[in-house]
Design a protein around this ligand. Structure first.
Ligand SMILES: [Zn+2]
Length: 128
């Protein structure tokens, strides 16, 4: 496999010099919501896809805040409460489990050294 000419959107979203502070889980969840494949080169996204992604990131972060973020391992918030967002994950850490939208098994790949989870059917924007 040869490297894409520009970073895959997933890698670009994790790049702290491009986007401040967006975590791995939220990138996977936002790309799923926007229907964008994580391997899509960042520079081939259409204006509409960028707008969808922008909306998806905002709504994913709002959802996560409502549920005190994700509790992976032993994270607790300032009140010592575990977050509950992980029970609402649509793709993150769900490899092999059925997509909540279309029942296709969620796939996992490693991109930019990070676990990346996506639905190969719902996130088909790469082919556009
Ligand atoms: Zn799906």
């Amino acid at each position: 496999m040869t490297a894409p000419p520009t970073p895959a959107i997933k890698v670009a979203l994790l790049d702290q010099s491009l986007v401040a502070g967006l975590g791995n889980i939220y990138v996977d969840e936002s790309l799923f919501q926007a229907g964008i494949h994580p391997l899509t080169p960042a520079n081939v996204l259409t204006i509409e896809q960028i707008a969808d992604l922008n909306r998806a990131i905002k709504s994913t972060l709002r959802r996560a805040l409502r549920h005190r973020g994700s509790t992976l391992r032993d994270y607790r918030d300032a009140d010592g409460q575990a977050g509950s967002f992980q029970s609402m994950h649509r793709v993150y850490d769900r490899a092999g489990k059925p997509c909540r939208k279309c029942r296709t098994p969620i796939e996992r790949i490693v991109l930019g050294g990070r676990s990346t989870h996506f639905c190969p059917k719902c996130q088909n924007a790469r082919a556009k």
